[in-house]
Design a protein around this ligand. Structure first.
Ligand code: SF4
Length: 337
């Protein structure tokens, strides 16, 4: 009698979906790449900079979705830095230029809608963040509120998609060369005077001078967005410029700057660069060897690596399976593609 037992088919291997951060991690350290994208581990998440960056993103996105047209009321009325919103003890008092003394009472709230949001941001948006710390969150909320106020005063509104939805956390998907990629651009803005539409990544950073126009032309993140965005033009509309909206994280002085270039000026070199990164990852996989990128001095990737104690000392405290898998990259939500 013939054997009728069902033949088990080998599971079909899904094509890997790459993102800017997956590429950047593979470039930074093969071992870190393995921990995150092959072993699906997460580390203790102790870095204040990482927590603050995530918190600023969450608060800024909340404001952008809720007040996409704030510039219609407040845009272009004042130069930068006139909006000062004191949110708590993390915000140091501002110095009076004439007397040289700190003005404890300098609380100028010129955008009441945003000032009214600070408690909501604190309690509903940021208190739920992993690794919540009240002081850090107060600082993050203050950066985001000030950043969004300045964004509106510079004459930017949040653009809308074909259904009228504000374009915040814009899901971009498609091929960059041969590689299937997904990106989440923070927001697309439209300028009330020029009408130009800019795809922005927002960053809370202490390193604003590093973001030059030359950097924007060659940065992997902007290059990937520039290639993916036109593929979704029917949904998100045209993109004229691509760049970064930078929010300084100094506690005594707020600073927000945009650095953008016309989309057509952004380099396509990223396609070759991604091909090389993927070839290297295939080699590590074939060898089953993922080298540590331990380098000396300040540029060592280990300095900002969440796996440092695990990788370098064998200390597994705080190491656990990541709850981010399948990640946003792997989810097959491509119905509009
Ligand atoms: S500690 Fe250094 S070598 Fe180890 S995974 Fe992190 S970056 Fe790589």
């Amino acid at each position: 009698m013939a054997n009728t037992a069902p033949v088990q088919q080998p599971e079909e291997k899904k094509e890997e979906v790459w993102s800017h951060s997956r590429i950047a991690t593979a470039q930074r350290c093969a071992r870190q790449f393995k921990y995150i994208y092959r072993d699906h581990l997460t580390g203790p998440g102790d870095f204040a900079a990482m927590k603050r960056g995530n918190a600023v993103d969450a608060a800024f996105n909340y404001l952008a979705e809720k007040y996409p047209d704030l510039c219609d009321t407040y845009g272009f009325t004042e130069p930068e830095y006139l909006v000062s919103i004191r949110l708590g003890k993390n915000m140091k008092p501002i110095k009076n230029k004439k007397t040289g003394k700190f003005k404890e009472d300098h609380i100028e709230v010129t955008i009441p809608e945003l000032a009214a949001e600070r408690e909501i941001i604190h309690q509903k948006i940021l208190a739920a963040q992993p690794g919540y710390e009240p002081d850090l969150v107060e600082h993050a909320a203050e950066i985001a509120i000030h950043g969004y106020a300045t964004f509106a005063r510079k004459g930017y509104r949040i653009a809308r998609d074909v259904d009228g939805k504000p374009l915040v956390q814009v899901n971009l998907f498609g091929r960059v060369g041969e590689t299937l990629m997904r990106g989440y651009a923070d927001f697309i803005a439209e300028h009330m005077k020029t009408g130009e539409r800019t795809l922005f990544d927002g960053k809370a950073t202490g390193a604003i001078p590093g973001y030059t126009e030359g950097y924007v032309r060659h940065a992997p993140q902007t290059a990937i967005y520039k290639i993916l965005a036109p593929r979704q033009e029917k949904r998100i509309g045209r993109i004229d410029r691509v760049g970064f909206f930078l929010m300084g994280i100094a506690q005594t002085k707020r600073q927000e700057v945009e650095v953008t270039v016309p989309a057509k000026e952004i380099s396509d070199e990223i396609i070759k660069s991604i091909t090389l990164v993927r070839a290297r990852v295939r080699l590590y996989e074939n060898l089953d060897y993922w080298p540590r990128e331990v380098k000396a001095a300040h540029e060592s990737p280990c300095k900002l690596c969440d796996f440092a104690a695990y990788c370098l000392e064998g200390n597994a405290a705080g190491i656990r399976p990541s709850d981010r898998y399948p990640s946003r990259d792997e989810e097959a939500e491509i119905e509009w593609y």
